[in-house]
Design a protein around this ligand. Structure first.
Ligand code: S3P
Length: 177
């Protein structure tokens, strides 16, 4: 898709936010309902590496994983009309934020720590929460990350108590404005 002056339109959507904020579910709705091509960063990295995120963290460490995230975002720079469900740590690196801003709109899905806890409590593929599964730990890590999330966001959507469909519709409306 091209704009008035022939330049490629920056119409990708990057969903950012804490683990369990609903990025992946909302991305699926944007894919099904609005025809965006779907890219799930965690899934893509697992496919590329042939192992789970938890195994990557355990064998090679977090810094290695962060390098894979940055490399993937760079590889996506030429893509158009995609919705990208980002890993929760992606906006912590400014080069990642620049790469996202280059090709689209960054949408922060905000959720209360209690909501996050309910969503992630039974999952075991999030190394940062393994052994730290509590509302208070989630709140502390969220508060630490909040400035980065807010600084990266073009749009913030409060998600507590809303259906994935409502959140997706709010995103489409906000971006159109
Ligand atoms: C992480 C979030 C995870 C995954 C990894 C690290 C983070 O993705 O990328 O476990 O640092 O917040 P989700 O946000 O999709 O759970």
């Amino acid at each position: 898709m091209f704009g008035k002056n022939g330049e490629a339109m920056k119409n990708n959507i990057f969903l950012i936010g804490f683990m369990g904020a609903g990025k992946s579910s909302v991305a699926h709705v944007l894919h099904r309902r609005y025809g965006k091509r779907l890219i799930e960063m965690d899934e893509q990295i697992e496919k590329q590496e042939g192992r789970k995120i938890s195994e990557i963290f355990a064998s090679d460490g977090e810094a290695y994983f962060r390098g894979l995230e940055t490399a993937l975002l760079r590889a996506l720079e030429g893509e158009r009309d995609v919705v990208v469900s980002c890993g929760g740590g992606v906006p912590l690196r400014s080069c990642n934020v620049e790469a996202m801003r280059e090709s689209g709109c960054i949408v922060y899905l905000a959720a209360r720590p209690e909501t996050i806890y309910e969503r992630v409590r039974d999952s075991h593929n999030r190394p940062l929460l393994e052994g730290n599964m509590s509302v208070s730990y989630i709140r502390t890590l969220m508060e630490k990350r909040l400035p980065a999330y807010l600084a990266a966001a073009d749009v913030t959507i409060e998600t507590d108590g809303k259906s994935m469909g409502t959140i997706a519709a709010e995103i489409v409306r906000a971006i159109a404005q």
